[in-house]
Design a protein around this ligand. Structure first.
Ligand code: CA
Ligand code: CA
Length: 617
C-alpha cells in the first residue's frame, strides 16, 4: 500500500512563544521519532503552524513552544487542525486564518475517510496554559534601528544637527541609516546570539534636528518612512521576527511630543525653518551638508519641516510653496519680516511655552535645576525644547495615544517599553499601561525610570528624591512612600537601574560591591522577577559616572553578565556589546563637534556585512 503523507496543523495559543516545535515518536508504520525538543513547525499564516510527515499514516507527538508550554501527548492518524481550544478539526475550522496559497482540503477529499472508521485521538489535549505569557523566559537585544544595519540606502537621511563630513567635505554616516529591511536581513544574527526578543527604539514618525533615535514623536499613528522600504514595512518586520521565534518590543513615548506638536491634532507655533538665516551667515563658512543654504527638510520638495493639517492657514499656504525660503513672510507675532539674518532663532527652533494649546500640553514651562528631584515640576514641565510635555491626564490625549498604540498591538507587537516614566504621575501612567494590557491580554509592559543611584527615594540609601519618582513606586500600588508593602504589584515592572547603579565605575576595576546589598532590597518591587536588567543601554553605561560604554577587560564584563543572566529579572543587552563595540565611548554626543560615529550609538552595520558577519558572530 502506498503511503501518503500526514499533515498536522496547530494553532498557537496566545500565550505561547512563536518557536513552535513538534516532538514525535512511534511513527506508523516505520517506528521513528525525534530527540527533544524535536523539529520546528513551519509558520503558515497568522497563528497556525504546520508539520508534514512523509510516508506516514499516524504519529504520536507533543507540540511545545520551546519555552515551557506544551500539549499533552497526542496521537493522530489523519490530517487535522488542532485549534487553540485543544479541539481537533478534520478541515480548517471556521475563522482559521491560513496563509494565502495553503488550500483547505475540499469537501470531497474530507469525505473520503468515513468518519466512523477514523481512529480518534487516544490522548486528551491539554487546554491552553492558563497563565499569561511569561516574559521572564525571554532575553532582550536592544538596538537603535537607525544605527543597526542598513538594508536600503534610499531611505537614509541626515538630521540637521551633528552631520559628519569626510576629508573631502562630503557628508557621511547619515543618522537615519539602519532600517527595517536591514533588521529583517539580520534577524538570524540576533537569534543565533541566543536572544528571543528585540527592543527597538520608537518607530513612529519623528521630527527634530536630531531625531534618529525616535524619541521626538510627531505622529504616533504612522511609522517613520525613513525606517520602511517596499517589502520591509513594520508589519513585515513583526512577521519576519515571529517566523523566527523572536518577539518585538516597541518603545513608546507617552510623556511628550516633538517641538512641532502632533500631525492632525495640535500645532506648536513657530516659523518655518526654511526662512531661517543665521547672523553673519557667509556662504560656505559652515558646511551644513544637504541643508546648505536652507535648513528646511531637504528631503521634501517644499523644504518644510512639517505637514500638519492642524497648522494655521498662513503656515499651510507656505508649506505648499517657496521652497527656497525667500518670499517675504511676516511673523504674525512680531510683524517683522523674514528671511532676516539673525532674526530670533527661538522663533524657528524654540517654542513659547505660554502659547501651547492647553487641550494638549501642560502649562508650567521648562524643567530647570531644582526641578529634577521634585515630582510635580518633573511631571508637569517640559523636559527639553523638543520634548513638550503632554497633558497626559486629559481624555483626548489618552484616546489619541492609547488608540494609536493599540493598532501596533493588533499588528503583533509583543511587548511595550515605556519611556520617561518618572515624568508622568503613576496613577496617570498606569491608565495607559492598563489600557494596553486590557486591549491585548497578557501583554508585557515595562518602563524606564532613569535614576543614578539605588533609587530608594524616601526609604533612604542616600537618595535626594522622593519615592514618587523612583522605579519601585511605579511597580507598586500603595500610597505610603516609606512603605512599599502598603500596596501590591502594579503589574508595571521597570528597567533595573538599582542593580545597574552597583556597576558604576566598579566593574571596569573588577569589583562588584553593592550587588548583594541591592539584591537584599528586592522586596521593595512589586515583582522583581520581571524587572529588566542590563549593564548598559543607549542612555547610560557603567563607566565615567554612568555615561560611557564599558571600558574594562572582557572577564570583568563576563562576571557582570553572568550575574545579570542568572539573577532574577529579564536580561537585556545593548547592540554591539557582543563584540565590545565602541568600548569606552560616551553613549551620547558630548562635545560640541561630536558626531554619532564617536559614540556608543555608532553605526554597527559595518560589522554585519556579508563578508564580516562570521567574524562578528
Ligand atoms: Ca537605510
Ligand atoms: Ca509629563
Amino acid at each position: 500500500m502506498a503511503l501518503q503523507h500526514l499533515t498536522l496543523h496547530f494553532e498557537r495559543p496566545v500565550d505561547w512563544a512563536d518557536s513552535i516545535h513538534i516532538h514525535f515518536w512511534d511513527i506508523e508504520p516505520a517506528a521513528g521519532g525525534t530527540d527533544w525538543p524535536g523539529a520546528r513547525m513551519t509558520a503558515a499564516g497568522k497563528d497556525w503552524y504546520v508539520w508534514r510527515f512523509e510516508r506516514a499514516s499516524a504519529a504520536h507527538f507533543a507540540i511545545h513552544d520551546g519555552h515551557g508550554r506544551q500539549t499533552a501527548d497526542l496521537y493522530r492518524d489523519r490530517e487535522g487542525w488542532l485549534d487553540i481550544h485543544g479541539r481537533w478539526h478534520d478541515a480548517p475550522p471556521v475563522g482559521a486564518r491560513l496563509a494565502a496559497g495553503r488550500k483547505a482540503p475540499t469537501g470531497a477529499n474530507a469525505g473520503q475517510t468515513p468518519a466512523g472508521e477514523a481512529r480518534k485521538s487516544t490522548a486528551p489535549v491539554a487546554p491552553p496554559v492558563p497563565s499569561g505569557p511569561d516574559f521572564r523566559e525571554e532575553t532582550i537585544y536592544l538596538l537603535i534601528t537607525t544605527r543597526f544595519y542598513d538594508g536600503d540606502p534610499s531611505n537614509n537621511f541626515f538630521c540637521r544637527d551633528r552631520i559628519e563630513f569626510d576629508a573631502a567635505g562630503n557628508p557621511v554616516d547619515p543618522h537615519w541609516r539602519g532600517d527595517f529591511k536591514g533588521l529583517i536581513e539580520r534577524l538570524e544574527y540576533i537569534r543565533d546570539l541566543g536572544f528571543t526578543a528585540i527592543w527597538i527604539t520608537p518607530p513612529v514618525e519623528n521630527r527634530s534636528g536630531l531625531d534618529y533615535h525616535g524619541y521626538h514623536a510627531y505622529d504616533w499613528t504612522r511609522i517613520d518612512p525613513r525606517l520602511e522600504s517596499p517589502g520591509a514595512t513594520y508589519q513585515d518586520l513583526i512577521d519576519a521576527a515571529h517566523a523566527r521565534g523572536i518577539k518585538i518590543i516597541q518603545d513608546v513615548v507617552v510623556n511628550h511630543t516633538c517641538q512641532y506638536g502632533i500631525r492632525g491634532q495640535v500645532h506648536i507655533d513657530h516659523l518655518p525653518i526654511k526662512y531661517y538665516v543665521p547672523q553673519g551667515a557667509e556662504p560656505g563658512r559652515v558646511d551644513h551638508g544637504p541643508y546648505q543654504g536652507n535648513l528646511g527638510n531637504y528631503a521634501w520638495p517644499n523644504r518644510d519641516d512639517i505637514d500638519n493639517p492642524a497648522a494655521p492657514d498662513w503656515w499651510r499656504q507656505r508649506h505648499e510653496r517657496d521652497p527656497e525660503g525667500i518670499e517675504p513672510l511676516v511673523d504674525p507675532n512680531t510683524s517683522e519680516t523674514v528671511p532676516k539674518p539673525g532674526y530670533n532663532p527661538g522663533r524657528f527652533f524654540g517654542i513659547d511655552a505660554n502659547t501651547l494649546d492647553p487641550d494638549w500640553f501642560h502649562q508650567e514651562g521648562f524643567i530647570c535645576g531644582g526641578d529634577w528631584e521634585s515630582a510635580h515640576p518633573l511631571q508637569q514641565k517640559h523636559l527639553a525644547g523638543d520634548c513638550i510635555d503632554l497633558a497626559t491626564e486629559r481624555q483626548n490625549v489618552k484616546d489619541y495615544l492609547i488608540g494609536s498604540i493599540n493598532r501596533y498591538l493588533d499588528m503583533g507587537v509583543d511587548a511595550l517599553r515605556i519611556d520617561t516614566v518618572k515624568h508622568v504621575e503613576r496613577g496617570n501612567l498606569l491608565e495607559y499601561v492598563n489600557a494596553w494590557k486590557a486591549h491585548k491580554p497578557g501583554l508585557f509592559v515595562f518602563g524606564e525610570n532613569l535614576v543614578k543611584g539605588y533609587g530608594w527615594g524616601d526609604l533612604g540609601g542616600g537618595d535626594n528624591g522622593p519615592s514618587q519618582i523612583r522605579p519601585w513606586w511605579y511597580t507598586r500600588l500603595g500610597d505610603d512612600p516609606r512603605d512599599p508593602l502598603s500596596g501590591g504589584d502594579s503589574g508595571f515592572p521597570q528597567l533595573d537601574f538599582g542593580l545597574f547603579s552597583t556597576f558604576r565605575d566598579t566593574v571596569s576595576k573588577g569589583t562588584y560591591g553593592g550587588t548583594g546589598h541591592i539584591l537584599s532590597m528586592d522586596w521593595i518591587y512589586g515583582d522583581v522577577t520581571q524587572m529588566v536588567t542590563f549593564l548598559q543601554n543607549h542612555d547610560v553605561g557603567p563607566d565615567n559616572d554612568f555615561k560611557y560604554r564599558f571600558k574594562g577587560e572582557q572577564w570583568m564584563a563576563a562576571a557582570a553578565y553572568n550575574l545579570i543572566w542568572t539573577a532574577r529579572g529579564i536580561p537585556c543587552l545593548f547592540y554591539g556589546e557582543e563584540i565590545e563595540f565602541m568600548k569606552g565611548a560616551p553613549q551620547d554626543v558630548e562635545g560640541e563637534k561630536d558626531t554619532l560615529s564617536q559614540t556608543g550609538r555608532a553605526y554597527f552595520g559595518d560589522h554585519l556585512t556579508d563578508d564580516r558577519i562570521a567574524a562578528t558572530q
